[in-house]
Design a protein around this ligand. Sequence first.
Ligand SMILES: Cc1cc2nc3c(=O)[nH]c(=O)nc-3n(C[C@H](O)[C@H](O)[C@H](O)COP(=O)(O)OP(=O)(O)OC[C@H]3O[C@@H](n4cnc5c(N)ncnc54)[C@H](O)[C@@H]3O)c2cc1C
Ligand code: FES
Length: 413
Amino acid sequence: MTTATLAGLILGLLLAQVAAVMLHGYFRRRSDLHGLDGERRTATQIDATPGPAWEGFRAFTVTRREYEDKDRSICSFYLKPLDGKPLPAFRPGQFLTFRLSLPNPVSGEARNVVRCYSLSEAPRPDHYRISIKRVEAPPQQPELPPGLSSNFFHNAVQQGSRLQVRAPAGHFHLLEEEGLPIVLIGGGIGITPMLSMLGHILEQGLKQEVWLFYGVRNGKEQIMKEFLQTLAREHANFHLHVCYSAPAMDDVELVDYQHHGRVDIPLLQTSLKSRRHQFYVCGPRPMMETLVPGLEEWGVDPADIHYEAFGPATLIRHDKPATAAVAVQPITVTFSRSGKCLAWDPAADSLLAFAEANGIEVESGCRAGSCGCCQTVVSAGEVEYTKQTDADVEPGHCLLCTAVPKNDLTLDA
Ligand SMILES: Cc1cc2nc3c(=O)[nH]c(=O)nc-3n(C[C@H](O)[C@H](O)[C@H](O)COP(=O)(O)OP(=O)(O)OC[C@H]3O[C@@H](n4cnc5c(N)ncnc54)[C@H](O)[C@@H]3O)c2cc1C
Ligand code: FES
């Protein structure tokens, strides 16, 4: 190789390197401008598979709060992580778990209260949103204290408040790989996971037909009314069906709402024509107890019916395994730390309810298999679950709130 060839080669390499650096800079700026990079991604570009979640609780601050209904009974809270780092994506439909330190309404002593709240918005890279309904004392027992966590959020959580939050979790979420049209059914505050799913579908520009059946008492309790109506006007593939069970005097049918009554199977049959849809259901117990079996009776493939209960009040009892209800052999449950050995009551809903009924103090939060709070070591014996659990259970442990004993059991409680 001559000196001239060598010099030419070196010059060529140098020029190629300069060109590569310039191209890299160009594409980086371009992706920044178009939001393709890290924190600047737009919602539609967020991969819906969960990113690296965090372990345990992470500190968040409330950046904004906003009432979402005329009655001011539902309030949204916008949360940003205190560490300022990006948030992992979540699957629309998932929830966050909160640990609050609250005074006991009776004794005044501080204690940890754990509650779950669904994410109520499509994934965003920099914040989460939850929407919480204030829970009053049951009408027939007004002497009871109102809901601890929901009232704390409504009364005390303001912009700047700090909260301890577990990473998004839950098996009830949109299955994106499915090509079937989607039916979202939300009753009352059970609308929150549907808002996240709906937002995600429309922001992604998916062409699938999507139906939202939203059951609520009347216009005063309806969440994000104008927002939902605007989405329905702007997206031809989105069909909004709002059902008022007890319309107020000023609620106008076909203006404020589409149907007088509850969301039921005849309404779904008339509106959808075909049962070949993916159904997502979340609502109060009577709704779940009629709709979920009703869909199956209509002939919907059970694999296409996805549902979530927001707590023990909405658990579907027929999930309970028949073996537990008709146990032939009496079962003994030993709570080793409390030193109690008790005959299992087959009428008890769960080991948690059974423990509490016998004066054994155990930690609990959601009481629905979601938060993991009631996880307890099983020293001997086996349990079975009365419903699908969301919390990950460590080997050798069980979730007391959703488990019943299969045979004689020893628990470290
Ligand atoms: C996966 C999941 C997602 C959820 N998502 C949402 C959501 O997006 N938005 C939302 O608003 N909620 C949601 N929830 C429900 C939420 O977690 C709480 O259950 C709800 O806010 C009520 O909690 P609380 O602490 O306010 O009420 P609690 O303190 O648990 O009280 C509940 C009720 O029991 C009554 N009570 C009090 N003491 C007694 C007693 N001694 N005997 C009998 N009754 C009594 C109270 O008056 C109240 O009516 C979700 C739950 C789960 C599991
Ligand atoms: S109390 Fe939440 S998982 Fe049992």
